[in-house]
Design a protein around this ligand. Structure first.
Ligand SMILES: [Zn+2]
Length: 348
């Protein structure tokens, strides 16, 4: 008896990364299944190659203007399934490293001119499944996905709009980096090579209510010059021109850096820095890797300009070595005068 294939069977096959052309040639297609296949080919989502296999076309043709059927079909292609799995994997790594708490954190990947995959709301990033991932346009309108998209997606989309090189964005709350954001202390430069090469300066965007367009704008204002931004009283966000894993790597590098600098600041010694020449060598490497940095092209004397940087905790150690000798003697004189006055009164 011939196999009967419905549109549901085809959708299921695509959802599992299967090839719709692997349907047996003697199978009977329902009329809607035939239309579905015709739509896929006709709309350029798929093309039948000479040997009968189906090849995915470039994502460039798919946009928010594509029909629902096209978007839906694209959402189930093997290449998109692979990206969904990568997003889930990055979420797992964030959770294992305690960069996310509760349902916090979100991830997005651009998959067309003005469309992106993103994580859902109200799901722990450590336990997402590919079917949880959503497809949205750059305004945040959701086209596909069983769950509702994250409320913080607007910030990711504003980053993608402002920075055309951004193919992926990652946002989380790594505790040490977030502590710098809460203290309003920008991480210092010229201390560890990785952050200089893969990130660079990390500015702090002022706090605004998470998920609001205003917060997204304040972050987006910084992404033309910086691939990683601290969000005041909130967390950190990064973008990558390579992949979602690369966006996540920036979070690992930032968090490791902030933790190291914080620990180093407890050791009671002034922190050592590279020389500007040594930073220049790192910037040269960065340039060959195609990673922009606003410091490329600056004069050496303008690099490593962090002499004023002090870890916030050093204030609590009450070391007195910043006071000038003249200030000390004036203070001592004053204390002596007051002591003398008190002693005089006691004698009376
Ligand atoms: Zn957040």
């Amino acid at each position: 008896m011939k196999q009967i294939i419905s549109v549901r069977d085809l959708e299921e096959m695509m959802r599992n990364g299967g090839d719709v052309r692997s349907v047996p040639t003697d199978a009977l297609l329902t009329p809607s299944a035939r239309d579905f296949l015709r739509d896929l080919e006709g709309n350029g989502v798929y093309k039948a190659s000479g040997n009968g296999a189906v090849e995915s076309r470039t994502a460039a043709k798919i946009s928010s203007k594509s029909s629902n059927a096209e978007l839906d079909a694209y959402f189930r292609t093997p290449e998109i399934q692979k990206l969904k799995a990568e997003i889930c994997e990055v979420g797992r790594r964030m959770w294992h490293r305690a960069y996310v708490d509760g349902n916090g954190g979100n991830i997005a990947v651009r998959v067309g001119e003005d469309i992106a995959l993103c994580t859902p709301t109200l799901v722990s990033k450590g336990f997402m499944k590919p079917e949880d991932i959503c497809l949205v346009d750059l305004e945040g309108n959701q086209f596909c996905g069983e769950k509702k998209r994250t409320s913080e997606i607007l910030m990711h989309l504003q980053i993608m709009k402002r920075q055309p090189r951004a193919v992926a964005t990652a946002h989380c709350h790594p505790p040490h980096a977030t502590a710098f954001a809460v203290a309003g202390v920008e991480p210092p430069s010229c201390m560890i090579p990785e952050i200089e090469v893969f990130i660079g300066r990390v500015p702090i965007a002022p706090y605004r209510t998470p998920g609001t367009p205003e917060m997204g704008k304040l972050v987006a204002d910084l992404v033309e010059q910086h691939n990683t931004v601290l969000m005041g009283n909130h967390g950190a966000v990064s973008w990558s021109h390579v992949s979602v894993e690369d966006a996540y790597f920036k979070m690992e590098i930032l968090e490791a850096y902030c933790r190291t600098v914080w620990v180093a600041s407890q050791l009671g010694q002034p922190l050592k820095t590279f020389t500007p020449q040594q930073l220049q060598d790192l910037l040269n490497i960065k340039q060959t890797l195609g990673i922009p940095d606003p410091r490329i092209g600056l004069k050496e004397c303008e690099l490593c300009d962090n002499n004023e940087w002090r870890p916030g905790v050093s204030c609590a150690t009450a070391r007195d070595d910043t006071r000038s000798p003249s200030g000390d003697s004036q203070a001592e004189e004053m204390v002596q005068k007051i002591t003398d006055m008190i002693m005089e009164r006691m004698r009376q």
